[in-house]
Design a protein around this ligand. Structure first.
Ligand SMILES: NC(=O)c1ccc[n+]([C@@H]2O[C@H](COP(=O)([O-])OP(=O)(O)OC[C@H]3O[C@@H](n4cnc5c(N)ncnc54)[C@H](O)[C@@H]3O)[C@@H](O)[C@H]2O)c1
Length: 376
């Protein structure tokens, strides 16, 4: 695919322009988003190891004489206040000033950590995101949310700080493990269910092929030939377009943006709970269980077609994603849900409940018994 086949989505988030560029060599546009070079880089160490030449080219394209790079191990442990304090020390030692730029290169966890640092260092410096996982390309890099884990909860600490540029190149995905593909697909399926019936139909149509290449096999291995197996650039573009449209219309999550929490209310509770166990759920796995449960609840109530819930579960399972999980028990679940950062001021939790593909109710109420019924 040629560079001129790149897709661009322009957003205005809180009055600030935020541009998503998707395509081969998109990252070479980095210089356009760095008004006062050189930037500093906060980079997933796995990406630095797996793609050294590419990373070097990106850096040289932006600025040829100084590449200050902080390598961070990706994963949920990157999203802690202790890690953030280390980043501040590092930025301080490099004397990053108010007109500096932080460029984040990595998956959703490194982008969240670097985004938090960019949002708060000297009360906010310019931020550019180079997402390197499917999940980060279709979801976490877009929309200006940053978040850290704290107090045993998932993502309770965060600020809004949109990236000036989000530069996505599918080439990075060649080295992703199967489990990272699955996690990204969970958010892709969610976004398709919210806002792109055509993409949803394609995913359902491809479920046997998805099961063969992504759903089965070792979760810790990359998948040979995966980049040629599906039209990823098109699928990522379709998913990113839905998210960009939503956040552009409702940046502060007063209404429409809440649809993106489909599967996340229960997902975050299970993810936080499982972080304390020896088998933690990844973000994508937790969202998958959360989505499967709300589709089942809606289908049982008769507010969403049963056939739609069945299709959602078929796609999730084809991608090797879990559709149920052991239950923390009704009391713990209630406590975990009460800690959900999206709880309204009245303490009155509102759920995203599907009505059909492309239509969500953002003011749903769900009883604990309705949830535990669908957990093991
Ligand atoms: N801020 C938001 O709006 C938002 C939205 C959705 C999710 N999130 C957050 O995103 C996080 C999940 O992101 P994720 O799934 O990208 O996880 P991740 O950042 O942990 O990346 C998954 C794994 O892939 C590795 N990796 C990254 N790029 C790679 C590459 N190109 N090749 C090989 N390995 C690579 C990482 O080192 C890590 O081990 C969660 O913490 C979630 O809360 C944030």
């Amino acid at each position: 695919m040629r560079r001129d086949e790149s897709q661009i989505f322009d957003m205005i988030l809180d009055g600030h322009p935020s541009r998503f560029v998707l395509g081969p060599l998109a990252c070479l546009d980095l210089g356009r988003f760095v008004p006062h070079p050189p930037p500093v880089y906060i980079m997933d160490e796995a990406v630095a190891e797996l793609h050294p030449r590419w990373v070097e080219q990106i850096q040289e394209g932006c600025d040829s004489y100084r590449h200050d790079t902080l390598a961070v191990r990706g994963g949920e442990k990157a999203k802690t206040l202790a890690r953030l304090a280390e980043v501040y020390d590092w930025l301080g030692a490099r004397k990053v000033s108010r007109d500096g730029t932080i460029v984040a290169v990595g998956g959703g966890t490194v982008l969240d950590l670097a985004g938090m640092a960019a949002a708060t260092w000297r009360r906010g410096v310019n931020f550019v995101a180079i997402p390197t996982t499917l999940l980060a390309m279709v979801d976490s890099a877009i929309g200006g949310k940053t978040a850290l884990n704290a107090a045993g909860l998932k993502n309770p600490v965060g600020v809004f700080h949109p990236a000036a540029g989000i530069l996505a190149d599918c080439g990075f995905l060649a080295t992703l493990t199967r489990s990272a593909w699955r996690d990204g697909l969970a958010e892709m399926i969610k976004t398709a269910a919210i806002g792109d019936p055509r993409l949803f139909a394609s995913l359902h149509h491809w479920r046997a092929r998805l099961a063969e290449s992504i759903g089965s096999g070792s979760p810790d291995e990359p998948i040979p030939g995966i980049l040629g197996a599906f039209p990823w650039q098109q699928m990522i573009g379709q998913t990113a377009a839905v998210k960009a449209h939503i956040v552009n219309r409702d940046f502060r999550e007063n209404g429409l943006r809440r649809t993106l929490n489909l599967g996340h209310t229960l997902g975050h509770a299970l993810e936080a709970w499982s972080m304390e166990t020896d088998r933690p759920l990844s973000h994508g796995q937790a969202v998958s269980v959360g989505m499967a449960v709300v589709f089942r609840i809606a289908a049982e109530r008769g507010t969403c077609p049963v056939a739609t819930a069945v299709q959602v579960i078929e796609i999730l399972e084809a991608c090797g994603l879990p559709v149920t999980h052991s239950s923390p028990g009704a009391d713990s679940l209630e406590r975990l849900l009460a800690g959900d950062k999206k709880q309204s001021a009245r303490g009155d939790l509102r759920w995203v409940l599907p009505e059909r593909i492309g239509k969500m109710d953002i003011n749903g109420r769900v009883a604990i018994a309705e949830i535990t019924k669908w957990l093991d």
